[in-house]
Structure formats: C-alpha cells, structure tokens
Design a protein around this ligand. Sequence first.
Ligand code: ACO
Length: 344
Amino acid sequence: MKRRAEITGWGKYVPEKVLTNNDLAKMVDTNDEWITSRTGIKERRIRTDTDTTTSMAVAAAREAMTVAEVDASEIDLIVVANSSPDYLLPAPANFVQHELGASCPALTVAAGCSGWVYALVTASQFIETGAYNNILVIGVELISYALDYTDRSTCILFGDAAAAVVLQPSTGDAGVMTFELGSDGGQAHHLWVPGGGTRNPVSQNVVDNREMYIRMNGQEVFKFATRKFTSCIKNIAEQAGMKPADLDLIIPHQANLRIIEYAAGLLGLSMDKFFVNLHKYGNTSAASIPLALVEAIQEGRVKPGDVTGMVAFGSGLSWAGAVVRMGEAVAKVAPQSVVAGVMQ
Ligand code: ACO
C-alpha cells in the first residue's frame, strides 16, 4: 500500500479580541445587515498587543503536537503557510522553529489563502517519499496589519488566526489521497498589496496613497473563486475515483458564504456537505481551512474513514484542493483549544 500522509494532530489559536460588524460600523460606512447578507460574516478576531505571527503559529502548533503526542525534538520539518510575516526577512517558519525548540528545517509557503493547502500537499510529498515522518503544517495570518480600515470593501472581510496539523505516515489507507494546485498570475492585480515590495518600495508616496494595504477587485475574485471552487472539487474527487457528492464533508476556504452557496448550487450539493465557521472568524486567509478542519474534528463532524475535500482560492490568483481520508486519530478526545492563552 502507498505510504500516505495522515493527519494525526490538530490545534488552533485565535486572538481574544472580537471585532463585530457593529464595531466596524463605527469605523467605516457599513452596517451589520450589509456585511451579513453579502458575506455571512458576523464577527472576526483581531490580534491583541501580545499576538504576533510567530506566537499564534506556535500556540496552534503546540496544541497539534499534544494531540499527536509528538515532541518538538521529533519534528522533522515545519511548513508554515503565511502572507503576513513578523518581518520581511527571515521568513516566519524560522521563528516558529526556534520558538518551538525544534531543530529541523523550516519552510514558508506564501500563496495567500491557498497557502495552507499548498503547504499540506508539499509536506505530504516528504512523507510519501519516506524522507520525513513527523511534519508540522501550520496556517497563520495576522492579516489585520495589511487592512485599510478606511476601505469598507476589504476591512470587513478578514480576521487573524492560526491553526496547525501534524502529518505522519499512515498505517492504513488514511491520508492525502489526491490534490490539485494552480496559479493564474495574469490576474494578480485583482488581489494584492501594491506598495512596500521591490517594485514599489516603501516611500512617502506609498504611505500617502495607502498602497501598503490589501486592494481587491471583489467581483473579479468572486467570479474566479466560484469557477475554481467547482472545477477543483470535481477534479480532485474524480482523481480519487469519486464524485463530489461522495465526499463526506467539504471544507472550503472561508471567504464568503455566498461563494460557498453559489458553488454548492453549481455542484448540485446541499449546504450540509460543507463545513462553515466564517460567521465567527471572517476570512483568515492561510489559517482558514486548517481552522475549519480543527473545528470540524472538535465538533465531531469528521469520523475515522471519512473522506474530506478541501478547496482554497486566493491571491495569485491561486487555487488548491486536496482529498484527505481521515484516520483513527480523529476519534481521539483532544484537549480544548487555546484562545488567547485561556483554555476553553
Ligand atoms: N458596507 C456597505 N456597502 C458596501 C460595503 C460595505 N462594507 N462594501 C461595498 N459597499 C457598497 C459598494 O460601494 C457598492 O455601492 P454602489 O452600488 O453605491 O457603488 C455596493 O456596496 C455594491 O458593491 P459590490 O462590490 O458590487 O458588492 P458585492 O455584492 O460584489 O460584494 C464582496 C462585495 C463581498 C467583496 C464580494 O464581491 C466578494 O465577496 N468578493 C469575493 C471577495 C473574496 O472572497 N475575497 C477573498 C478571497 S481571496 C482571499 O481569501 C485572500
């Protein structure tokens, strides 16, 4: 039997501070009714002074390692999906490795909201080849730092969070079964941060024009997301010898409830097939799918043997999907999650 990468541990961290739609209505010209009806989001978490990209990633990773019963010294590789690093250099994975007390290679994957699925697929290759046995795959975003809180079309959508899994070689048929990764860089300008990089370095002009913040063409991203969502789910299910309806649960990128509902309609699937938690967290970019996966496991929505489909889309524009069969590990009683350092 092929050696597969099984999810054997999981954990999450979300900041304590809640920013509701009503809070946002005091900051920009918006209201709860508009945000709820256009996106499904009710509230999101925003970093407190003590939260950093590294600290959030480390908290989620520690919880995942506890569930998997692996120690930092046993971790062979850390892959961090992130587009909101503590510093431009070095990449966040190095800080996470140090804080965890691990002595292994550490790799950062920057693919926006598709980043964690890219990271999962990348990590699973090392397990399948036999190169490594214990890999941490973390999705973390402190995306609030890149939000323009004078731009009502973007600041209402996003929130901060981290979530992580441990991958280990499967003893049965559980693990990453199929995947699809994609990129369409010709559409990059529909969702980007135009200033602060080498092409348009930090300057007074960049600051005055607020070009260090996320800019998005929402309607183009919406069209791209629904198109890729449906084709990717069909493709990864077909590779696994299944139809989308055969998947036990679909864990989509939590960008917008309307995108999920629209894609569900195109696929002819009921919303029961989809795990949704975006009403609590908004779009947490690379943390979105692992955060949803962790909560799906903790809520008992995923049982051993279940086949899940994960599908993400985001800046790039990029997309990524994977079919993953869950193993016996998901039946474990996991410790309660860490929220702002408090056990809940
Ligand atoms: N509150 C009130 N009114 C608003 C707000 C707001 N927060 N934002 C925009 N509006 C207004 C607009 O100004 C516009 O007003 P006008 O008609 O007077 O010009 C009106 O609402 C409609 O604006 P649209 O942009 O057409 O609104 P739309 O229905 O397309 O919804 C949205 C906007 C929610 C952003 C939608 O386009 C969307 O979800 N797109 C996908 C975005 C996405 O998911 N991005 C993330 C994916 S990638 C990643 O995760 C990084």
